[in-house]
Design a binder for this molecule. Structure first.
Ligand code: C6P
Length: 424
């Protein structure tokens, strides 16, 4: 159970922070939700892949292009200064959202994938050498495996993965046992996209720091669902993507402790990341600009800022409680369906319901549900090692967001019953 849900359960009189969501009002903020797919009302349950965008985000981007568009950090003219201010305001919004110490610790990137690649290619290349180890977990997304593999292959280092149990929970004692003097960095997902497991990140950071090892957290599936405080977690790096938290695609965030960012070499070279350039040598801009070469996704950052303010205006604790209710309701509803097995049954879960069904391939489940207007994701979810751990090729995955309803879960259950009829 999430902390938010626990808190909700223990209070007889809800505070404004835990009052149930007015989901109908929220749904009105999302224009895309009000359409028919194959003649049926859209039931969008593919939020872990990408979430839909509220009008506040769409309008912030439109407004920017209609009235503020200019390149940033370059011009002395009004529009350039205005665009720069809006972009930096978005950075301050991210800082507040993650409770980072300083806005300079917020680097804008394209998404979680780029954030992790940035760390592997800068911090990683500087600190990981032959015979060293990088420690991840058995439930990472490919974005938190392959960049480390590339680094380890280049350096002659070893990538190790802490195992998970049959419920999809991290075996923390095994993780602790794998930490050793050769470990140079730990990278761990906060919430698994394939299983929904919430990892005990605070504890992981504590264990790693006892060995003097920094920790990168992949927060792609966490930030839309649970409150994240990077100072409380004490993690060294935290990565997330804007598009999974109601923001636009093409923008994401790398949080890094200032001490690390200041010491790291640049990632890419180009405009804006320099202080001076001659043919002989260049000196670099201060952080975070040192890591933001070239014209950034200005509209994307502004859209992300609007998305985070939208989430703040509703409150993450209320969102977590609502989604937890949906997850519990859905789990109870689909568990009794003969032949259906849920993959990922850890005690601490957020927003994801993965399942397999008899001998029906998940792609067939997805196709039949699509005919009912229901969007889910099927496949390995870019987490092939998780599929290997459970000895399955793929799962069907429903994933929830703040605008989903119990009625939509009922539609999902009816859809699965239809799958059963078709394949009976
Ligand atoms: N998972 C899913 O359907 P990007 O593509 O950079 O925005 O995010 C990558 C990523 C990293 N870590 C985790 C835990 C993720 O879930 C994702 C993206 C999507 O599950 C697309 S594969």
């Amino acid at each position: 159970m999430t902390t938010a849900a626990r808190k909700l359960g223990s209070e007889s009189c809800p505070s404004p922070d835990t009052e149930p969501l007015d989901v109908e009002k929220i749904r009105a903020d999302f224009p895309i939700l009000h359409q028919q797919i194959h003649g049926k009302p859209l039931v969008y349950l593919d939020n872990a892949a990408t979430s839909q965008k509220p009008r506040a985000v769409i309008e912030a981007i439109t407004r920017y292009y209609e009235s503020s568009n200019a390149n940033i950090h370059r011009g002395v003219h009004f529009l350039s200064e205005h665009a720069t201010e809006e972009h930096e305001e978005a950075r301050r919004t991210v800082q507040r959202f993650l409770n980072a110490r300083s806005a300079n610790e917020i680097v804008f990137v394209r998404g979680t994938t780029e954030a992790i690649n940035l760390v592997t290619q800068t911090y990683g290349r500087a600190h990981v050498g032959a015979g060293d180890e990088v420690l991840i977990t058995g439930m990472e997304h490919h974005s938190d495996i392959v960049p480390w593999q590339l680094l380890c292959n280049e350096k002659g280092a070893k990538l190790r993965a802490a195992p998970i149990d049959d419920n999809g929970a991290l075996l923390l004692e095994e993780f602790a046992r794998l930490l050793n003097p050769r470990t140079k960095i730990v990278a761990v997902t906060h919430v698994s996209n394939a299983l929904g497991t919430i990892n005990p990140v605070r504890k992981i950071v504590e264990l790693a720091h006892q060995h003097g090892v920094p920790v990168l957290v992949d927060g792609a599936q966490a930030v839309p669902h649970i409150r994240v405080d990077v100072q409380a977690l004490d993690c060294d790096f935290y990565a997330f993507s804007g598009h999974k938290i109601y923001g636009p695609t093409g923008i994401g965030v790398l949080y890094g402790k200032a001490s690390h960012l200041n010491a790291m070499p640049p990632y890419q070279g180009g405009g804006d990341m320099i202080a001076s350039v001659t043919f002989e040598k260049s000196t670099y801009n201060k952080v975070p600009y040192k890591f933001e070469a070239g014209t950034p996704d200005i509209a994307g950052a502004i859209g992300l800022g609007a998305a985070l303010r939208y989430v703040e205006s509703i409150g993450l604790d209320r969102i977590a409680a609502h989604e937890h209710d949906l997850l519990e309701y859905a789990t109870q509803a689909i568990s009794p369906i003969p032949g259906l097995r849920i993959v990922g049954t850890a005690k601490e879960k957020a927003g994801v319901l993965s399942f397999v069904f008899d001998t029906v391939h998940p792609h067939d489940i997805g196709t039949i549900l699509d005919q009912e207007g229901i969007a889910i994701r099927t496949g390995h979810h870019c987490s092939q090692p998780v599929m290997q751990r459970f000895d399955i090729p793929a799962t069907a995955r429903a994933s929830f967001a703040l605008y989903n309803t119990r009625e939509e879960v009922d539609a999902l259950v009816r859809g699965i019953e239809k799958v059963r009829e078709v394949f009976a």
